[in-house]
Design a protein around this ligand. Sequence first.
Ligand code: FES
Length: 165
Amino acid sequence: MREGLEVTDAKAQTIGAMDALIAKYVDAQGGLMRALIALNDAYGYIDASALPRLATAFNITKAEVKGVISFYDDFARAPKGEHVLRLCQAEACQAVGSRELTAHACKKADVEMGETRADGRITIEPVYCLGLCANGPAAMVDGKLRARVSEADIDALLQAWEHEA
Ligand code: FES
């Protein structure tokens, strides 16, 4: 019983914090985008429960909010893993083996592309150009750009992540 109350309180606090955060941008120029960025930064993703709140706050439909979120790769719709590996899937990187590199990384990490591993440790997701087209395959490792990524680089990275305390 007590545990249930704590969960309810925590959820109410989160919703209250979410509403307060959205309210900061309601009258600002580009308010919806700024609110989405703030939510994504604060929680690591934009929870489905934020959609009706954003729609009401900005006087638009939930579908319009969803459309904006879907358009930008940087807005996550689910919690990500402790570590996030983004692998470029755009043309120039494909030409130098990004598909094979991606298959290798997913197999080694035991996670599907675009998914987070069941233990919540690793997310691997696609990205479509990181501006390193002449130095592919390109990746973003926990927010940091990496160029000319090899299978050996992936192996070393995953090994380091697996051996963290
Ligand atoms: S195509 Fe991969 S970084 Fe541009």
